[in-house]
Ligand binder design. Sequence first.
Ligand code: SF4
Length: 280
Amino acid sequence: MLLKQFSNDKTIKNTFVLHDKHLIEGVLIPTTERMTACVSSQVGCSLTCKFCATGYMERKRNLNADEIYDQVVLIDKQAKEHYGIPLSNIVYMGMGEPLLNYNNVLKSIDRITAEDGLNMSYKRITVSTAGIAKMIKKLGDDDVKFNLALSLHAANDVKRNEIMPINEQNSLAALAEALKYYFAKTKNPVTYEYIIFNNFNDEIEDAKELARFCKHVPCKVNIIEYNPIAFADFTNAAVDKTEIFANYLKKQGIITNIRRSRGKDIDAACGQLAVKEENK
Ligand code: SF4
C-alpha cells in the first residue's frame, strides 16, 4: 500500500501500487450499519463519463482477479484494525467498468464468497455498471447471485448521451430490454444510482422520466449527492430540490434513498477516484 488518507467522517482511501507500478484506489466506508469496501476493477477507465475523475484517466489495463481480491482482503484487515469490525459489504464502484473486466470480476467474487476465502454472502456484494446491455444479459445467462446496480444518472437519452458517451451504443431502450432479460433469469431486483446535478437532472420532469424507467423491472433508487471534481463544471443539486425529487419517486411507490457523500475531503467519494501517474 502506498498511501492511506483518513477523512473527517472516518472514510479511509487507500492507494495501492501494483506489480507494474500502476496505482489504483480502494475505499473503506464505515457507517453505523455497514462496513463497506469500494474496490477498483481496472487501472483507469475507457468510458469517459463526464462527471467522473477516473473517466479523465486513460484505461491502462484490467485488474486480475487476485488484484481485485487483495484489495478486499486488505480493506477487511483495515476495517478490523481501525474499527474492530470486518467488512459487511463490498461494492464494485471504484475505478473502472466492472463488466468490461467480466471474468476477473466474477472470479474475484468467487474468492470473496468461497469458504476458504472471505466466506461472504453474495447478497453483500454489488457490482455497478455504467450500462453495457450485452454484458447485463450475460449476467442473466450466468444467473449471478450478487446485486447489480446501474449508474443511470438520467432517464432520457439526450441527457444521458451528454454525460455518459457509453449511452450512444447502449440506449435506455437497450438497457431496459437487457434488464428485463436479466431479471427474468435471476429474479434479482436492480438498484439505479442517480447522481443529482444542479440544473441538469434535478427537475420534476427528470423524476417523472426516472419513475417511468423504474417500471421495467423491480428496483430501488439511490439518489447520490455529487462531489465536484476539478475537470468538470457540474455542481451538486440543492438540498430542497433533492428532497422534492426523492419525495416524488416515493409517492410513485419507488423505494428511494438519498445517499450523502462520504470521504469528499480526501477525494474518496463517488466519482472522485483518480490517482495520477505522476504520483508514482
Ligand atoms: S463513472 Fe465508472 S464507468 Fe464512468 S468513467 Fe467513472 S469509473 Fe468509468
